[in-house]
Design a protein around this ligand. Structure first.
Ligand code: SF4
Length: 72
């Protein structure tokens, strides 16, 4: 799976870090680091993190889904 975090939106609330610690990591006060190609095993955690983000900064792309109509 692929995901993107809009770091301009991200306010460092760390909800995502709490819900998917293998994918998201906060270093220092504000710098969010994440794995943009997270393992599919993390999908549920990543979706929970995306849903919990107070500013909806996390976008998830599901390449294997039926509606993966992404323009490359
Ligand atoms: S939950 Fe949203 S605002 Fe908080 S650190 Fe994660 S991406 Fe940033």
């Amino acid at each position: 799976m692929r995901l993107v975090v809009d770091l301009n939106r991200c306010q460092g609330y760390a909800q995502c870090v709490f819900l998917a610690p293998d994918v998201f990591e906060l270093r220092g006060n504000e710098a969010l680091h994440y794995d943009p190609n997270a393992d599919d095993a993390e999908r549920l955690r990543v979706l929970r993190a995306a849903a919990a983000c107070p500013v909806q900064a996390i976008q998830v792309e599901q390449l294997d889904g039926a509606d993966a109509g992404e323009a490359a």
